[in-house]
Design a protein around this ligand. Sequence first.
Ligand code: NAD
Length: 491
Amino acid sequence: MTTLAASATAPTYTGVLINGDWAEPRSGRTFDDLEPATGERLAAVAAGGTEDIDLAVGAALRAFRALPWARTNPTERGRVLYRVAQLVRERAEEFARLEAADVGKLLPDARSEVELSAALLEYYAGAANKVLGETYQAGPGKLAYTLKDPLGVVAAIVPWNYPLPLAVLKVAPALAMGNTVVLKPAEEAPLTALLLGQVALEAGLPPGVLNVVPGLGEEAGQALIDHRDVAMIAFTGSTEVGHKVMHAAAERIAKVELELGGKSPHLVFPDANLDDVTRHVATGLFKNAGQDCCAGSRVLVHRDAFDEVTSRLKAAAEAVKVGDPLRDEGVTMGPLISQRQRSRVHSYTTGALASGACLVTGGKELAEGFPEGSTFYAPTLFTDVRPEMKIYQEEVFGPVGVVVAFRNEEEAVQLANQVPYGLAAAVWTNDLSTAHRVAADIEAGMVWVNEYYAHVMEMPFGGFKQSGIGKDYSLHALDAYCQVKEVTIRL
Ligand code: NAD
């Protein structure tokens, strides 16, 4: 365990957590975790290697087989998860400040994500003892029933945009169902996952039940998905790495749950309340600096409302105050996560311009007046975009949206479905029939009407098409972390 100098956001736990102990990584290496708003080093974090992953999976497997976690009364498993939730709440401000610094988030957003994480822990704590099987009277003298067995060691691999809630979304249902876990957080923002490991220990989670190994994706991540003793890979991240996860799982027929990228549309009909549309579409575009799997990055607008919506969105984009969320006043959007991500976002902008799109506003890296090494980007909008363009088809993962006109409902749905992704969508109309018809026709795992980010934790979250397989949130998530066994008895 490496202890850093104390400061408002200095992290304490930056080693590997294996079998209930913090240790320096066997790899002997660390990587720099940078604060995107300043470009400065926030922490030197353990770069877990193949040996660390092997030790962590070994500890998780022993905990699964030898310790009674899987056979613990589910009510008791739930109690431990409640204690984890309680400790997250007690240290909520520490979690929130760490997350805000590590990702470049607004502090209020980071606080509500910590609150969500605690609520999710409570939800799955409460769900642990409500998992029931089926019985079937299979004729005279025969009784059949089902059991929901845990899988074993679950590899949980998560990205950097919502580090704490995304980690909890894997860890909580996996543990509730009696599995053990190796969590590999993203190298860009690993700190709150490490703190989660610590509070889980303090809450009384037995050694080896939750192991946390930070490290690089190609090294620690790849070693984890390739490990023969990992029974299931629960992955949130890009579709590109999702392919690798499926390949690795295919080698040994391991189970996968994938929450991947998106290119989500708004469908704005002319009868919609345009004040609501402007507010929510701007949130859908610029929240978390657009680094959101559900970012509503394709704004499809009926041609009668197109000019009005475009000019309102331009004004909304230009009203965004970009800055350091922890040090500047009145900031409404922080930086991108890294220099690499900012270059990637900018290459989409230059590519869109080269292919003939019209830049309405933004389109530039923000350097003047910002610290050297920081990663700010201007809120950006394009019109004159055709569906075959990359800016229409691919996930940018930055504050960049396109506004495209449609003539009628049929064309709106066709435009919405014309991408490989299918995560979320929003329909804006006051006509109930239009709302129901369009919601039914859209190829997306979540459809919201007259609101964006309307998702609630009690409902399933997950994509269609290349946005993934399986569901996070809700009781549906529990199904991913178990296998159904049939038992039939001759009486
Ligand atoms: P990413 O795929 O690059 O990385 C995600 C995680 O995978 C990280 O922990 C990374 O270290 C690890 N990883 C990278 N290469 C690996 C490999 N070869 N083997 C195993 N693990 C590896 O994604 P990102 O850039 O961190 O996050 C952004 C992506 O996540 C976007 O595409 C976004 O849409 C997606 N996302 C999806 C959801 C959802 O619920 N659908 C939620 C949040 C983010």
